[in-house]
Write a protein that binds this ligand. Structure first.
Ligand code: SAM
Ligand code: SF4
Ligand code: F3S
Length: 474
């Protein structure tokens, strides 16, 4: 039984690229002090953080290696969102033990959300770990490496109210050279009862709009053609531009990024149903290069459960938002996150989640069964009272329902022609290319004379459950 379902082609969600190791552009002419290997788990924001970490390490004289056996420093950027995510990290750490034994002096550092959640306790639980570094402490990594090099354990898990790493140019890792993530904010002020993120990432803070625009412009000038603006709750982005005496909202930021060039596609994730505004929807409608795709996690279709989850909206409010999106953006792709088996969830609540999915007919859904997280509101207030087999059975029912919707969503595109941004060569055949349309659907088509980074009109001829298959229009 699967715990979650995700499209292998999207890179915007937690655990979608679990455990990916990175290849960096290594400058062979430089003499490096030490070599580091880094592996990342969790959401797109964690992957974006790894690119910041790589930048900090490289500018301090450390060189990257893709082979963990060659590394003097092994880093693992971790996720705490569900128990399963933490178990994968623990398992990986046991594999590092033998590497450390084979090469004494190798240092192991734990970064990210698990480091923040467990703090120094990590060192007691996992004896091979030398450094524990929280998401707001990456600037101190060079000092911590030095400290750990003397045989001491090094820990920095201080959370900050204003760190955004806005001035650090991330090193694009394993990049296709066409699409990139750009963090626009950090942390989260919402206290969803099930969620560990506010505890591992701290208070919400927005990044200087000018530094975001500079990064996007730089990406465009070096050949990138799509940016995805990242935050746990992008609609609450808010930057006080003191120099020009004005405030920048998310809708304004979207517009500014869209104006960099009509050839630069703009995506964003994640939107919270309570915060997404008409202004944002009208901005999407106004600019052809802002993609018609919204990830609007609902979590449950039962207003009673939504209240226990502290999501601050009801089923009716959510449906009204979806209706509004479809009114202003009739072709908009829509996706969601769902949790089954949250505390006290009855069969009737579960049926309401299914009926909401039936109403919304999501193009993409990420579905999970509830995993109690230490320290969260739900852990402190409620009993995790739904037995795991029931959580999993409900999840399977949800996955089955969703599969029908996603297939319908793909089938309805057959015969249509879409503008596609080419991202690279198809995994299945060197003779084919792949890219995505405005609504985030993956399309595969014959290569011809086309190359990645180009836009092309593609007519869809058939589909599978996850991919559209087409032909480039002459
Ligand atoms: N900020 C986003 C939002 O508000 O929807 C996403 C946060 S989280 C990184 C991604 C998803 O993980 C959530 O939307 C939720 O469905 C799921 N999730 C979070 N905590 C969970 C838990 N304790 N058990 C199961 N799923 C969880
Ligand atoms: Fe977690 Fe809720 Fe914040 Fe999303 S909005 S990160 S689910 S607390
Ligand atoms: Fe992301 Fe996991 Fe942390 S989903 S914010 S890496 S808990």
């Amino acid at each position: 039984m699967m715990e979650s379902l995700y499209s292998p082609d999207t890179k915007t969600h937690d655990e979608s690229r679990q455990g990916e190791a990175y290849a960096l552009p290594v400058d062979a002419s430089l003499q490096y002090k030490k070599h580091f290997y880094i592996e990342s788990y969790g959401c797109a924001m964690n992957f974006a953080d790894t690119e910041v970490v790589a930048s900090i390490l490289q500018s301090s004289g450390f060189g990257a290696t893709k082979n963990v056996e060659d590394a003097d420093l092994i880093f693992i950027n971790t996720c705490s969102i569900r128990e399963k995510a933490e178990l994968s990290v623990r398992k990986r750490l046991t594999e590092f033990r033998s590497l450390k034994r084979a090469k004494p002096g190798t240092l192991v550092g734990v970064l990210g959300c698990m480091a923040e959640r467990l703090k120094a306790k990590f060192l007691e639980e996992e004896k091979l770990v030398d450094m524990v570094v929280g998401p707001d402490a990456y600037r101190t990594l060079p000092g911590l490496i030095e400290e750990a090099g003397t045989g001491q354990k090094a820990v920095n898990v201080l959370l900050s109210r204003d760190e955004t790493y806005g001035d650090i140019a991330p090193i694009r890792l394993n990049s296709n050279g066409v699409t990139a993530f750009v963090s626009i904010m950090r942390g989260c002020n919402n206290m969803c009862a099930f969620c560990v993120v506010p505890f591992t990432r701290g208070r919400e803070r927005s990044r200087d709009a000018n530094s975001i625009l500079n990064e996007c412009e730089e990406l465009f000038n070096t050949g990138y053609r799509e940016v995805t603006l990242l935050g746990q709750n992008v609609d609450s982005y808010y930057w006080n531009d003191e120099q020009n005496n004005r405030q920048v909202t998310f809708a304004m930021l979207l517009e500014k990024v869209a104006l960099i060039s009509p050839l630069l596609r703009v995506r964003f994730s994640t939107s919270h149903p309570k915060d997404i505004t008409d202004e944002v929807l009208f901005t999407i409608a106004k600019y052809e290069n802002i993609c018609n795709y919204i990830h609007l996690p609902v979590q449950s279709g039962s207003s009673r459960i939504l209240q226990l989850m502290n999501r601050t909206y009801t089923r009716e409010w959510y449906i009204a938002k979806v209706n509004r999106i479809r009114e202003i953006l009739p072709d908009c792709g829509l996706s969601t996150d769902m949790i089954t088996g949250f505390c006290t969830e009855t069969e009737e609540d579960h049926q309401q989640s299914l009926s909401l999915m039936e109403y919304c007919k999501y193009d993409l859904a990420y579905m999970y069964f509830y995993s109690e997280r230490p320290g969260t509101l739900a852990e402190r207030r409620y009993k995790d009272d739904i037995p795991e087999p029931i959580k999993k059975r409900r999840l399977q029912e949800m996955v089955d329902l969703y599969r029908g919707h996603s297939l319908q969503s793909m089938q309805k595109e057959v015969g249509k022609t879409f503008k596609v941004l080419i991202e690279g060569v198809s995994k299945k055949s060197d003779n084919d290319l792949y890219g995505r349309n405005d609504q985030n659907k993956v399309i595969v088509f014959a290569k011809g004379d086309l190359k990645k980074g180009d836009y092309v009109m593609v007519k869809v001829e058939s589909c599978t459950a996850g991919t559209l298959l087409g032909k480039a229009a002459p």
